[in-house]
Each structure stands twice: as C-alpha cells, then as structure tokens.
Design a protein around this ligand. Sequence first.
Ligand code: GZL
Length: 329
Amino acid sequence: MYKKISALVLAGVTTLVMAGCGSGSGGTDSAGTSGSGDKKIVMGFAQVGAESGWRTANTKSIQESAKEAGIELKFSDAQQKQENQIKAIRSYIQQKVSVIAFSPVVESGWDTILKEAKNAKIPVILTDRAVDSPDKSLYKTFLGSDFVEEGKKAGQWLVDQYKDSKDPVNIVQLEGTTGSAPANDRKAGFEQVVTDPKFKVIASQTGDFTRAKGKEVMEAFLKANPKIDVLYAHNDDMALGAIEAIEGAGKVPGKDIKIISVDAVHDGMQALADGKINYIVECSPLLGPQLMDLTKKVLAGEEVPARVVTEETAFTQEQAKQALPERKY
Ligand code: GZL
C-alpha cells in the first residue's frame, strides 16, 4: 500500500514540476506509431547480459512486450561490461532511435553518454537498476524494484528466525556484481535490519550474480570457515551454485546452513520448495509491459512518475510449494 501511495505522490509532484516544462515529441497511438501514424517507435535497449535466470526472464519480457506494443526493438547484450553498454547506447544515438532504455550494469560512469543522448533529444528510461548521477534530467523515469527494501525483507526473516537464540550466528554473504545497485542496496538493506551483535557476517564477497561464481566463492567460504550458520545470497543463481558447494562439502543446504536469497526465479523457487533454500525475496523481472507503457507516455509528451517501483512479495518453503504451478518465470 505504502509503495502505491508513494508512486502516486511522486506522480503528483512530477506532474506539478513537469506541467511547466512540457516535453516529448509528437503523440503515439496504440500501434506504437507517432500520433500522426507516420513514424514507428524504435527502442534501443542495452541489456546487462545473460548472467542469470532473472536476466533471461527480463529479456523475454522486454522482447515480447515490445512486439505486443508494436514497438521496433533494437537489442544488445553487454556481457556484463559497462563499456559494451555505453557503445550500444552510442550506436542507438547514431541510429536516431525514438527512445533508449537500459539496465545500468553498475551505478556510476553514465553521465557522459546520458548527456550525449540528451543533446540528441532522445529520451532515456532506466529499467531494473539505477545510476548514481545527481542530474535527474538525464533520464525520464526509473522503473524497477526497491533493492534496499528487498535487503530489509531478507534481514527481517533472519532476525525473526533467531529471535529466541542468544548464540552467535555466523553469516556469509554472496554479493551481486560489484558496484551494481542491487548489490549495494541489498547489502545496505540487510545491514539496516540485522543489527544485533549475535549476528556476525564472517565473510562477504561478490559472486557476480552467476551460479558458477557463487559455487566457487562458497567453496572458498566453506574451506576457510568451519562454522557457517547462514548464507545470504543476493540472487537465486548464486544461491543455487552455493547449494552445489554445500552438498559437495557433505553438508545439508537449508538445514546445516540456512539460505536466504532474492529473485524467486523458477529454479530458486524449486529449491525453496525442496527445502534447500529457506526464504526468497521476490524481485520481478517482468518489467516489459510497464516499460512499453511508459515509453508511449514519454513520447506522447505525457508526464510520468520519476520513479516507478515494482510490487513484490517474499516466499517461505510452504508458500513456494503453493506458488510454483502459477509462476510466470
Ligand atoms: C535485480 C537484477 C539482478 C537480479 C540478478 O533487479 O538487476 O540482476 O537480482 C540479475 O539475478 O543478474
């Protein structure tokens, strides 16, 4: 409820601010063409990569939604390299696309390319991940999850689980891609809630959101730390890699080592239902429909909220068993 109100308030504030500005080029109709029907919307989308089940589902959502919206999609995969995303965005500017959308692999280093897009009068929409630029005029809106909230939900589950325990709880953390908004914010949110001194984060390292790296880092954690009680993984793919490492060390994931994860992709939810993960905070990749709707509004010169937060929940093992048959990703 709070999030819905906050988005409405944002819209209100934005409307007041934007009313004086007026912006955007000619209108668009439902076929994804400009108001006069003479110009098809062309979107340049610079995707992070294909590092996780979440990213695969996100790409599918964007591609399918663009098709349904009648929007021509130019799509690039940056293999998780910022320089590749910047090259792709520069190429979209040269191709004079109608709009540029992307998920910034890391938070910093975008001002130059975003200023080039602004100078070329091509609107930019951020999806999924944020940038840390203080100049909010460099993009029209940011659509995606509240990663701090996700970290707080993960931390709250842990606090609740150990509320009656006085013993030290040793935690290891598999962080997302270094410098990325989800890694920074999921860590910050978790730390805001997990403050009791009995909780000790004895090791924390990036697994770059991939299964392979998650397994490799968890193997190192297990070798260096004889007593690990909890793993907090910033995404399901790293948690699934860690499960392989935990089982390889002869321990039982979900029992000997409790696992908290984020995303709720299918394989993560299956591991949760099977008792190998204990709690998953949802992070929806299905941003395509909202992205295409925001795109049409921006190109029609309509006001859009500066920030659109996606609605999400969290799952216990029992809830995963119920939810699995209906999951869309
Ligand atoms: C979060 C997204 C993250 C996912 C990972 O919105 O950016 O990137 O949590 C993905 O699975 O790799």
